[in-house]
Write a protein that binds this ligand. Structure first.
Ligand code: CAA
Length: 385
């Protein structure tokens, strides 16, 4: 796929920022579980936190291909920063653009587009991960408020974000059609951050529970109409999965580049290990894997930019790229041998950071359900014609 001049410029800008600002600190932040607040502030100034937001709301109004390119560059340096960027841009800003009222957009989208408020998405619960329609959290209308009760789990940015899109059941007997979406801020009565997860990877981004006890959310903070929540979440995840696929691509590319560099400088048996055919074949497989993921990511993004429905392509890109990142990060460790198993080289961090990619925003198995549903119903439609 040929990129436009503008897309190449955005890629270059994100690459330079990530190399200068994110990469040098990524290792330390991972080790200290340190949130990249200052980098996010700079990303806001550069427009990386309002990439898909229309100009009238202070955003950059860019295409999804540019967004995916920038996401990969950020992830190349720091996957923790990239996941914050993805949830914020794709699901949170995206849902406000699609479902927000003018007042909600003015109040939240404008500061979000500048990175002054970071957004998080609260769908999962202790007993409702892959099957969000079975959530237990409730929201009941009480005068000018909705009263929210329940617990959300594994929320990226739970301790650090300023605004949350929270899904809750306004009609518990109506299955997925009884779910509604709300904009919730930290200062709302009855809202608290719960336990902080002790994670394997992406340690510079916090993941927490959110606890709602008779939480009072003003009625005008309902996003969309009552009962729209499942569609808010699913359409948000279509965009989100392109973001996570692009993140996976950046991480896979970083692992490949690091493995290539190491294989050229590591000498064994009197020659660089890159001269050995066994290793060259590994690198050929890794590079092909990265390239295949790139094409799927760009294809999904381009389809979205054409205004076409892209759930299937987003799931294909997310499935393939996240699995690829795990394969390639694992191979990169293998190429580094004993050194790869230590913290001396970044491949150890890449390997840990990659692991969650096949889990969050829909496991690989969930992506296969989405893909199969589309492929099978597309076939039925073709037969009917
Ligand atoms: N866009 C718009 N609407 C959609 C849609 C989409 N992509 N997908 C489904 N819908 C609609 C359907 O049209 C249907 O509407 P009707 O009832 O009006 O016909 C409705 O939603 C229900 O669809 P399904 O019957 O397909 O729903 P389901 O309950 O069988 O679930 C699923 C489908 C794909 C398995 C879905 O539950 C799913 O994606 N699960 C995974 C959840 C997930 O990804 N969680 C990640 C948490 S977020 C996260 O990780 C963020 C982070 O912090 C990093």
């Amino acid at each position: 796929m040929e990129l436009t001049k503008e897309q190449l410029m955005i890629q270059k800008m994100a690459r330079e920022f990530a190399a200068k600002d994110l990469a040098p600190q990524a290792e330390e932040r991972d080790r200290n579980h340190e949130y990249p607040a200052e980098s996010l502030r700079k990303m806001g100034e550069l427009g990386l936190l309002g990439m898909l937001v229309p100009e009238q709301y202070g955003g950059e109004d860019m295409d999804t291909v540019s967004y995916a390119l920038a996401m990969s560059e950020v992830a190349y340096a720091c996957a923790s920063t990239a996941v914050i960027m993805s949830v914020h841009n794709s699901i949170c800003c995206g849902s406000l653009i699609r479902f927000g009222t003018e007042e909600q957009r003015t109040r939240y989208l404008i500061p979000m587009a500048k990175g002054e408020i970071i957004g998080s998405f609260a769908l999962s619960e202790p007993e409702a991960g892959s099957d969000p329609a079975s959530m237990e959290m409730t929201a009941r209308k009480d005068g000018d408020y909705y009263i929210l009760n329940g617990t959300k789990r594994w929320i990226t940015g739970g301790a650090t974000s300023g605004v949350f899109i929270v899904l809750a059941k306004t009609d518990p007997d109506a299955g997925h059609k009884g779910i509604s979406a709300f904009l919730v801020t930290k200062d709302m009565e009855g809202f608290a951050t719960g336990r902080l997860e002790d994670k394997m990877g992406q340690c510079a981004s916090d993941t927490t529970d959110l606890i709602f006890s008779e939480c009072k959310v003003p009625a005008d903070h309902l996003l969309g109409s009552e009962g729209d929540g499942f569609v808010v979440a699913m359409s948000g995840l279509d965009d989100g999965r392109i973001g996570i696929a692009a993140l996976s691509l950046g991480l896979g590319q970083a692992a490949l580049d690091q493995a290539v560099a190491y294989s050229k400088q590591r000498v064994q048996f009197g020659r660089p290990i890159a001269d050995n055919q066994g290793l060259r074949w590994m690198i050929a497989d890794m590079a092909t894997d990265v390239e295949a993921a790139r094409l799927l990511v760009l294809n999904a993004a381009a389809k979205k930019d054409r205004g076409e429905k892209c759930s299937k392509e987003a799931s294909m890109a997310k499935l393939y790229a996240s699995e690829m990142a795990n394969r390639v990060a694992g191979q990169a460790i293998q190429i580094h041998g004993g050194y790869g198993y230590t913290r001396e080289f970044p491949v150890e961090r890449f390997y840990r950071d990659a692991r969650v990619l096949t889990i969050y925003e829909g496991t690989s198995q969930i992506q296969k359900i989405v893909i199969a549903n589309h492929v099978i119903s597309d076939r039925k439609k073709r037969k009917k014609k």
